[in-house]
Design a protein around this ligand. Structure first.
Ligand SMILES: Cc1cc2nc3c(=O)[nH]c(=O)nc-3n(C[C@H](O)[C@H](O)[C@H](O)COP(=O)(O)OP(=O)(O)OC[C@H]3O[C@@H](n4cnc5c(N)ncnc54)[C@H](O)[C@@H]3O)c2cc1C
Length: 395
C-alpha cells in the first residue's frame, strides 16, 4: 500500500531529536519520531544522571517549546562561575549581577530534561511516535526518503520528504551516507557523578584545571553538585574502581577546600572524549542534527546548547518553508540551514577544542600563558563580557 509521504521523519529521540520533534509539531509539520529505546525505560543512555549546564539562550528555547515550566523547579540557576588552575595563580570569576542578567545559566539532570520532553511529546499534535522502533535502512528517491523500520519485530515502511538524523555521535545514517567528518580522540574520559559539598554552593559553578584535564562542579538543587572530572584513559579504570571514600579523597585533593568536605557520592559513569564535526550538513533529503553532526569535549558544557540552537534554526526554516509551500527536503531550505549554522558550529567546536588542549597541556609556556590569560580575563571587562556571552549562549 502506498501512502503520501509525511513531511519529516526524525531518527533519534535523544535531547536534540526530541526538541526538534516538539518544535516541528508546534509549527504544524507532519512529523514522525523514531526512537530505539522505550520512552518509559529508566535506562535510556541519552537521559542518565549527567548534569547539563543550560545557557540562558537555551532556557529561552526550552521556554518556547513549553517544557521550561516543568523543568524550572528541578533546575538550579548558576549565578557565578569560578575558573582556576590547580597549584597556580590565575583565577577568573564571572558574575550574573555584573553581566546584568538573572542568571548565567541553569543546571538540570539529563534524566529530568528527558522526562519533561517525553511528557510533551506524548501530547504533541501532528506527531507520530514510533518507540521503541529502530531504523533498519533507508533509500533516497527524487521526491522522498523511504524508511524501513523495525517496531518490536514488525516491519514498517514510511515515506518522508526529509529525514533528520539525530541518531547520536556514531550515527548509522551518517555512516551509510559516508559523510566526511573531522574527528579525533583526546585520550581522555569524563567521569561523571553527583555529590554533596560540606558548604552551600550558593549557585556557584567551578571549573578547575588540573594536570589530567579540567574538573567541573556544577550547582544542583538540594545543595547537590554535578561533577565532571576529565582523566586520562589509563586512569579511568582505577578511578572507577576506588571505593567512594577513596574516590572522594582523591577528588578533594584535586579540587581543594573551596566547598568544604565533599561527601554522599552518587553513581559514577565514564564517557570517552572526542571531537567530531561533519564537513557536510545534508545530502539529498537527509540532514544531520545534534551529536550526529558534532560531538564536543564537555569542558564548556556546549554540546546540547549548540544542538538546541541548530534545532531552533532548522524548525524556523522548515516552518517558513511550509508557509511558502516549499518541499521540506528541498536543497534551497537545507542549504539555508547549513549556511546559517556552519559558523556557530565551527566556532563552538574550535572554542571547546582550544580550551581542552590549552588547559590540559603540561608544557610550562602554555601553563604560564593560561594563568596570565585567566588573570587578564579577571581584570579586563571586555574579555570577560565576551566569555560570559559565549557561556550564556549568545553569539
Ligand atoms: C559527560 C558529559 C557532560 C555533558 N555536559 C553538557 C552540558 O553541561 N551542557 C551541554 O549543552 N551539553 C553537555 N553534554 C553534551 C550532551 O549530553 C549531548 O550533546 C547530547 O546529549 C546529545 O544528544 P543527541 O540527541 O544529539 O544524541 P544522543 O543522546 O546520542 O541520542 C541519539 C538517540 O538516537 C537513538 N538511535 C540511534 N540509532 C537509532 C536507530 N537506528 N533507530 C532509532 N533510534 C536510534 C538512540 O537510541 C538515542 O536515543 C555533555 C556530554 C557528556 C558526555
Amino acid at each position: 500500500m502506498h501512502t503520501d509521504p509525511i513531511d519529516i521523519a526524525i531518527v533519534g529521540g535523544g535531547m536534540n531529536g526530541a526538541s526538534l520533534a516538539l518544535a516541528l509539531s508546534q509549527a504544524g509539520l507532519s512529523t514522525a519520531l523514531i526512537e530505539a529505546v522505550s520512552l518509559q525505560s529508566e535506562q535510556r543512555p541519552s537521559y542518565d544522571d549527567r548534569a547539563i549546564a543550560l545557557a540562558l539562550g537555551s532556557v529561552r528555547i526550552l521556554q518556547r517549546l513549553g517544557i521550561w515550566t516543568e523543568l524550572a523547579p528541578l533546575a538550579e540557576p548558576i549565578h557565578r562561575i569560578h575558573v582556576s588552575d590547580r597549584g597556580h595563580f590565575g583565577i577568573a570569576r564571572l558574575d550574573s549581577a555584573a553581566q546584568r542578567v538573572p542568571f548565567l545559566g541553569q543546571v538540570a539532570l539529563a534524566r529530568d530534561i528527558g522526562a519533561a520532553l517525553n511528557r510533551r511529546l506524548s501530547q504533541a499534535p501532528n506527531l507520530r511516535l514510533l518507540c521503541p522502533a529502530r531504523l533498519r535502512g533507508f533509500t533516497q528517491e527524487a521526491d522522498q526518503v523511504r524508511l524501513r523500520i523495525d517496531q518490536q519485530g514488525q516491519q514498517l515502511g514510511l515515506g518522508a520528504k526529509l529525514l533528520v538524523a539525530a541518531d547520536g555521535a556514531d550515527s548509522p545514517i551518517r555512516r551509510q551516507l559516508d559523510i566526511p567528518t573531522r574527528h579525533w580522540r583526546y585520550g581522555q574520559h569524563a567521569l561523571v557523578a553527583n555529590l554533596t559539598p560540606g558548604r552551600p554552593h550558593q549557585g556557584q559553578a567551578f571549573e578547575r584545571f588540573t594536570d589530567s584535564g579540567p574538573l567541573a562542579l556544577l550547582p544542583m538543587p538540594g545543595n547537590r553538585c554535578g561533577l565532571v572530572w576529565t582523566c586520562w584513559d589509563a586512569q579511568r579504570d582505577e578511578l572507577l574502581g576506588l571505593d567512594d571514600a577513596a574516590f572522594l579523597a582523591r577528588l578533594q585533593q584535586r579540587f581543594g577546600q573551596r566547598l568544604g568536605r565533599l561527601h554522599s557520592l552518587g553513581q559514577r559513569a565514564a564517557y570517552p572524549l572526542r571531537l567530531m564535526q561533519v564537513r557536510q550538513h545534508y545530502r539529498q533529503r537527509v540532514v544531520l542534527l545534534g551529536n550526529a553532526a558534532h560531538a564536543l569535549h564537555p569542558i564548556a558544557g556546549q554540546g546540547f546548547n549548540l544542538g538546541l540552537r541548530d534545532c531552533a534554526v532548522l524548525a524556523e526554516i522548515l516552518s517558513s518553508g511550509r508557509s511558502q509551500g516549499i518541499d521540506p527536503g528541498s536543497p534551497t531550505l537545507l542549504d539555508r540551514y547549513a549556511r546559517q549554522r556552519d559558523t556557530d558550529q565551527q566556532a563552538t567546536g574550535l572554542f571547546t577544542d582550544l580550551l581542552a588542549r590549552l588547559f590540559t597541556s603540561p608544557l610550562p609556556p602554555l601553563k604560564l600563558g593560561r594563568n596570565l590569560g585567566l588573570l587578564a580575563l579577571d581584570l579586563l571587562p571586555p574579555l570577560k563580557q565576551a566569555l560570559a556571552r559565549r557561556a550564556m549562549g549568545f553569539r
